[in-house]
Design a protein around this ligand. Structure first.
Ligand SMILES: [Mn+2]
Length: 332
């Protein structure tokens, strides 16, 4: 039998995405958050929505499965994120009461508080949009270390506003995927005067004169306005509004056109959705901003195409947010 150096062979196999254990972007798996600068976190949470299909807890696994393929350098920014700071897959938030949204939301907050205490910036994959409220509560506001006690400016990509404070509960959940953008403002974690919601589209249940006016004070750029003003002007609006505030990015995949993200929970077909490349161009325009973290939410992998286009799109967006945070950290 020919000699075979197994350890050398393993090194040779490392670049191939389908070889080995699927962590996010083939990053080291290390649950000790104090060992990294950026934590890639899975938040397998599904009970905060439930208005359509409920397989959003499968999102982290789906992205881990495809993301080894995208362990790349960033051509536009001219650097390799994995080389400039410690980026680890820290695992999934444990959610033993997964069917109980409001209790799980508290568990998510407690988990992200450990990241805040370690001053580690999280880039997360959900999970439904109920995960963003507890993440913001943990890393922004007067007790937060990551923001130095400041509120965050929020950049919220979504087909929906998620600020439905007028609905007392969502199928029994008080801190649901429809509520988080309101209570994080009321409870002093998000500063709406420095925040932007972009991409809203579709018909409401009842036509409303205030469809695109935020009572909470967010600047809304609904999809029609986005296409009217264009990418450059949108970037300029975001940069002016956010200023030098710490910025958190949350990205609901349903903001995208269903052609590129069919596996989402609250699909808005018919109306033109944002294209992934347009979202990427906006991300590129945010370079240099103090981005304290971000998340991608609302994927339903069990509805994805055979080509896994939604998981692939989520992976690329997660890469872009990670690169933005890494770029900021390396220049700090
Ligand atoms: Mn949403």
């Amino acid at each position: 039998m020919a000699e075979f150096d197994i350890e050398k062979a393993k090194k040779e196999m490392e670049p191939w995405y389908w070889w080995g254990i699927p962590t996010f972007f083939k990053c080291p798996w290390d649950e000790n958050v104090s060992n990294c600068d950026i934590a890639l976190v899975g938040v397998p949470h599904s009970s905060g929505n439930g208005s359509t299909e409920r397989d959003q807890h499968l999102g982290p696994r789906a992205v881990r499965n495809v993301s080894g393929w995208y362990r790349r350098g960033h051509q536009e920014f001219g650097f390799v994120p994995w080389e400039v700071c410690r980026i680890h897959d820290v695992g999934d938030v444990p959610l033993p009461h997964a069917m109980n949204n409001d209790l799980s939301v508290e568990h998510i907050e407690a988990y992200f508080k450990t990241l805040d205490r370690a001053n580690v910036r999280p880039v997360s994959i959900g999970g439904d949009h109920a995960i963003t409220g507890p993440i913001l509560k943990a890393i922004a506001g007067k007790d937060a270390r990551i923001t130095n006690g400041q509120k965050v400016a929020l950049l919220h990509f979504d087909a929906h506003r998620d600020d439905y404070a007028h609905i007392p509960h969502w199928l029994g959940s008080y801190r649901s995927a429809a509520h988080w953008a309101a209570y994080t403002v009321v409870e002093q974690h998000v500063d709406p005067a420095h925040s932007v919601q972009v991409g809203m589209r579709g018909n409401p249940i009842k036509p409303r004169p205030d469809l695109h006016q935020s009572k909470l004070g967010y600047r809304l750029i609904p999809i029609g306005e986005f296409y009217k003003i264009g990418i450059e002007k949108t970037i300029q609006e975001i940069r002016e509004r956010v200023g030098d505030m710490p910025l958190y990015i949350t990205f609901d995949l349903d903001v995208l056109d269903p052609t590129e993200a069919p596996a989402v929970s609250n699909m808005e077909p018919g109306h033109r959705g944002m294209r992934a490349w347009e979202a990427m161009e906006i991300f590129h325009g945010l370079r240099g901003m103090n981005i304290v973290g971000g998340d991608i939410v609302c994927m339903i992998p069990s509805k994805d195409t055979e080509a896994k286009i939604t998981a692939m799109t989520a992976m690329v967006l997660m890469f872009e947010i990670t690169a933005l945070v890494a770029d900021y950290i390396r220049k700090k």
